[in-house]
Design a protein around this ligand. Structure first.
Ligand SMILES: [Zn+2]
Length: 275
């Protein structure tokens, strides 16, 4: 049942115990000598740091460090007719990026998790999972951004230009027709690509080929290097039956490592866009 796109990462699993106790907010009684006769009504608008989630879970909540949808950095240029390969985002701000692939399992709690957490993921979707299920994926309109992952999820490496162009352009056409916007970012299935892939992606109107630096599997965040999330990391997960566990594991990991998930497209904005 498991999508096969994660095999690439199998070698690098940093075992992380996410069970470290977090400091609890301690309610020290006020020692300032104020009497209890004055009832102090707390009117602060400090946002919650966690809210109840599906199945009795707790969802960490993140605040937008800038207005999402506002371009922050430009995408690298297309050179020699090939889209650039983006493996991580070059930034010294404590931001990371969550991407969710395929669309094979249409988990009913996915939208709720995104909306309540304040996190807006980037979805790389295949035509074969969207076609016939557009209503489900339209539900992500205001909580996620949809990008492309080919029509049928083949290994593109070594295949013809015509085949790759058909898979990549066809996916873009379907996503635009069924979900309303033509995607600009492309992720190759299994992370496998060649020069032909990069050329076909450019010809289909894409601006970048996006890889990843960490992944979430079975509720555990796994790193390609090191033992924590760092600024600029791009995290891969999938639409699976374990969606809740995987998404919450990512959020908890962000809290633990002091990083905030932000919108990938804001850091790969079109060159013409205004920063
Ligand atoms: Zn995939």
């Amino acid at each position: 049942m498991r999508p096969r796109g994660v095999a690439v990462l199998a070698a690098v699993v940093a075992v992380v115990c996410a069970c470290s106790s977090q400091p609890e907010a301690r309610q020290d009684p006020s020692a300032a000598g104020t009497t209890t006769t004055t009832a102090v009504t707390t009117t602060t608008t400090t946002p919650p740091t966690a809210v109840p989630g599906p199945g009795g879970t707790t969802i960490p909540v993140f605040q937008q460090p800038y207005a999402f949808g506002t371009p922050q950095q430009h995408v690298p240029l297309i050179v020699d007719g090939m889209v650039p390969v983006v493996r991580r985002i070059e930034t010294d701000r404590p931001y990371v990026f969550i991407t969710i692939d395929d669309g094979a399992v249409r988990h009913p709690a996915a939208v709720e998790l995104m909306r309540k957490s304040g996190v807006e993921p980037t979805l790389f979707l295949n035509s074969k999972h969207v076609d016939g299920h557009a209503d489900y994926f339209k539900g992500f309109d205001d909580v996620a951004t949809v990008h492309a992952h080919t029509a049928t999820h083949p290994d593109l490496t070594g295949t013809s230009y015509e085949f790759q162009r058909g898979e990549i352009c066809g996916n873009a056409d379907l996503l635009r027709a069924q979900l309303g916007a033509r995607p600009k970012l492309f992720r190759p299935p299994f992370g496998n690509f060649d020069h032909t892939t990069r050329r076909a992606a450019a010809d289909c109107g894409f601006t970048a080929l996006v890889m990843w630096t960490a992944a979430v599997n079975d509720g555990v965040v796994q790193f390609q290097a090191g033992g924590r999330l760092n600024a600029g990391d791009i995290v891969l997960m999938h639409f699976r039956h374990t969606f809740v566990e995987d998404f919450l594991a990512f959020l908890e990991r962000c809290k633990l490592d002091g990083v905030t998930p932000v919108v990938l497209g804001d850091f790969l904005a079109d060159s013409q866009a205004t920063v």
